[in-house]
Design a protein around this ligand. Sequence first.
Ligand code: GCB
Length: 614
Amino acid sequence: PLDGGMLFPQESSFREVKELNGLWDFRADGSPNRNEGFEKAWYKRRLTETGPVIEMPVPASYNDITQDPTLRDFIGWVWYEREVFVPARWISDEGTRVVLRVGSAHYYSIVWVNGEKVTEHEGGHLPFEAEISSLIRKEPTKPCRITIAVNNTLTLETLPPGTIQYMNDSSRYPDGFFVQNIDFDFFNYAGIHRSVLLYTTPKVHVDDISVETNFMDNTGLVRYKVSVQGGFNNTLNITLMDKDGHFVASSTGSSGGLKVVDVKLWWPYLMHENPGYLYSMKVRQHAHRHVGVFLQCDVYTLPVGIRTINVTNTQFLINNKPFYFHGVNKHEDSDIRGRGFDWPLIVKDFNLMKWLGVNSFRTSHYPYAEEILQMCDRHGIVVIDECPGVGIKDIRSFRNASLSHHLVVMDELVRRDKNHPSVVMWSVANEPASEMPPAEFYFKTLIEHTKALDQTRPVTYVTIAAADMDKGGPYVDVVCANSYFAWYFDQGRLDIIPLQLSTHFENWYRKYQRPIIQSEYGADAVPGLHMDPPMMFTEEYQNALLQSYHDVFDQKRNQYFVGELIWNFADFMTSQGIYRVVGNKKGIFTRQRQPKAAAFLLRKRYWRLANETG
Ligand code: GCB
């Protein structure tokens, strides 16, 4: 089990947040063994004293920021540094706990404060933090120097996995020449991708909160658990308020239940006139020295959506009503910033999704920023929350060491996202080599582990295998099947889609009697390329392929078919190769978020589906 909670940093009367976003000093360690930074202990002094630096924005991937191709394709350690003034009152008040938090950095990170190591973390896409209170109190008048070294090297034991291959033929490659091999289809963007923050809590503080919700007729139930760290002798008061701030229910103690009369349920977008209804649960803790004398208070307010998820043989139920996913797969990807967090992009994407009539998306192929999930909670956009288990194709990445890390990543993901009403299912992987014999044990273990962490949500992984080949099939609650008929196979032959797609679905359903989601399908379209009759890579072909898939979906919709997620919402960057013309072009929007013809086709369909299924 993990040490402590990972609540999203929040301001309250007892908590402060200071963002450290902006320009940091930066250097990539291009030394031959990529290790000079450690040999010369760059963290001990200012980065400017150990060599040249450039300015690097945080958050952002560093790859597309400069004109330097070596930095774009760099593999190894890069170093970030910045100095920050910590408010004097944070330092002087011994009852204040100061925490340094990184929203995400890809892939392996080590963090120092004033030359002392405070934490390290493996894995991109998930937050990590370290308490630095005592460290900053050592030199209270000096600015605090934060150094973060980040390494994007992938191995068979990282998630996603990758391998480094040295080219030893000296007649063709210079000394030390290597390439990174990956089995996933997106650019391995790296750097500090989400906000770096300092935040405070009282020493005795609310460390974690878990809620589970249910309802019966008109009465909702919120069961909660709160853990407090840093002291004992505390009183916990829990108050639930409705959207307008009116009192609904209250309780005391570290676990319990709140009854909600005339409950307003959390509903998906387009399924109800008031989607994304959120209560707020205020957790107030008082630590006493002795009865009646307060030592410290803390307040944390958690948004709570009351809803249930259930899966039958043929249906996906939200609040006991059949839910049909009409949505997209996304990436955190855009020009210049790569995978860096960017509010204008996020809000634009939500506006585009609403315009399209999207009620759901999958966080392909890694956990997205928490701010995105919070928006999903508020707007009623349903999420399939996927971990970075993508590209598990090599039989060696099914070994125990890889599995152990995968289990820890699920621990971190569930810990971070467990309270979001928008998250309705966990996806533990995308398109692994699930036909290989070790896949059975691997996915059985991984899925059972995830179910033990969270008993309220179904668990799946996304498969490209056929039903009779897939070894993990017996363990998933919902079959999430990808297919690229008339694209990667039978190229240009749109006429085979009806037969091949129905056979594929029938095989899955016959074997497992589980609801099925088409978790990916699509075709590349270079915007502006036209051809009629349609040919591959034109906007017409993308449209025709989608249309043929839709015809089959409509036949299966009243049986066991519960959703369709297009690949992809927008074009995105990949590594270079003959299958990719400056990235993957299966977006229905361009990378700059302008519509291709398919966006209009899908918009018509999704709004119709919303009326028929909502
Ligand atoms: C897939 C992968 C996705 C790729 C897509 C494609 O099956 O899950 O990551 O981008 O196909 O376009 O090939």
